[in-house]
Design a protein around this ligand. Sequence first.
Ligand code: GLN
Length: 538
Amino acid sequence: MTETKYIFVTGGVVSSLGKGIISSSIGKLLQARGYNITIQKFDPYINIDPGTLNPYEHGECYVTVDGMETDLDLGHYERFTGIQTTKANSLTTGRIYKSVIDKERRGDYLGKTIQVIPHITDEIKRNVKLLGKKYHYDFVITEIGGTVGDIESTPFLEAIRQLKWELGKNALCVHLTYVPYLKAAQELKTKPTQHSVKELQSIGIQPDVLVLRTEKHLNEAILKKVAGFCNVDFDCVIQSEDLPSIYEVPVSMQAQGLDTAILKKMGMEIGEKPSLGPWRKFLERRNKATEEVSIGLVGKYDLQDAYKSIRESLSQAGTYNDRKTKLVFINSEKLTEENVAEQLTGLNGIVICPGFGQRGIEGKIVAAHYTRTHDIPTFGICLGMQMMVIEFARNVLGYADANSREMDEKTEHNVIDIMEEQKNITNMGGTMRLGAYECVLKQGSRVFDIYKQEHIQERHRHRYEFNNSYQKEFEKEGMMCVGRNPESDLVEIVEIPSLKWYIGTQFHPEYQSTVLKPHPLFVDFIKTAIENKKVTHG
Ligand code: GLN
């Protein structure tokens, strides 16, 4: 195949329909047919990236290998397809405008008046095609954030209209809408879908494929009605019913022929239907696992999306241990010495979550103390690891004022300190230690045993770091520094080998766990949590 094909995924009616899951599923199905694919996300907000957004606003911030702070949908793309995304896979209106304004300041436009059309739309088009041109992908799937009809997505839709016109059969639009069920009337309603397609048509875009999100099965008559009213071929109207797991979606899409509809529309050969063998095996194992392992997530964001990748990594690791992972959120702001025993009862393992700022950290320290002294498997991630270190310094090394420079500027015992290169940074956006860095594991350590290799690469997002001047004291008392960056000598992993599983990582392993390649740390953590369950329950 020579020319790159472009698939646009838009959404209508309401947000949160799962465009990311549909885009990932399309990617997965085309990949299974042997195509080289990538998926990118364009978000219509003005922030340069979601890095400065509160997780309550936008859920987790996902980090790519090359250090881009991105929308959490990129996590779905990677988990479903195993591809690695980069900076070029994530764009916002802010970045598009910044790039155009920078060009204007440089004088690149030679005296022209800079306008949304053509300059902003051209910049969007250039970015859509960038990946296809540079890496010669067979398919570039572009998901447009937001909902059709939003003022801010208009330039993106205009760019798609132009691209569809210019690229002909090499471009296609998949539109995701919602078919609500009205309980009182006992009816499924297609009108919102018709309206949202009309909205697209009024901008000049005719969707080629419709995916209808629904809580109830849609019969043929409804699908035919939608096809007829929206000028879409009947075999290009697909339904996306609620399923027990997001990982069932690709299989359901394949069964309804979403991939063949796309290939047909683009004038491509259909070929043999791929078996999706390893994926189906994963689902089979997942559905067979009925026994639970309960994991507590100690954090401050009581929002499913705030720790998305951690949740998915734990859930995948459960499957690979033939267990169903039950996740229990524990609000660290409400966790105290008095209630910790009761709050953590029945949990087989605890994850101390990442985060920023003072709020909720004392509860994380309380959790770390309880799990360390009761030998409950504990996984500290980024801020979670830092809290494990602070707890150890306070209660084992005897430094009652031990803290992180982030929380206490003046403490004498800054066991977590600001990184040297972060000291003079004033701009908050995109300036943390971001992306993949090498880490060398200590031979004979627990983590070496888990990874079964000495050199690993993991992704980071932080400004503070273990203070190396305390290393000897920690190690003397049993908390070992077992992973280091070979260049900067920064401590990336601590562990207490005398406990069942007490490991803290400065990096975020959750960004690298995928459906078919679960992360070894999560798999081993769940395995130990299951063993712990057996012990504590006799
Ligand atoms: N706030 C801590 C730091 O900047 C931890 C960040 C995180 O958990 N991602 O170092």
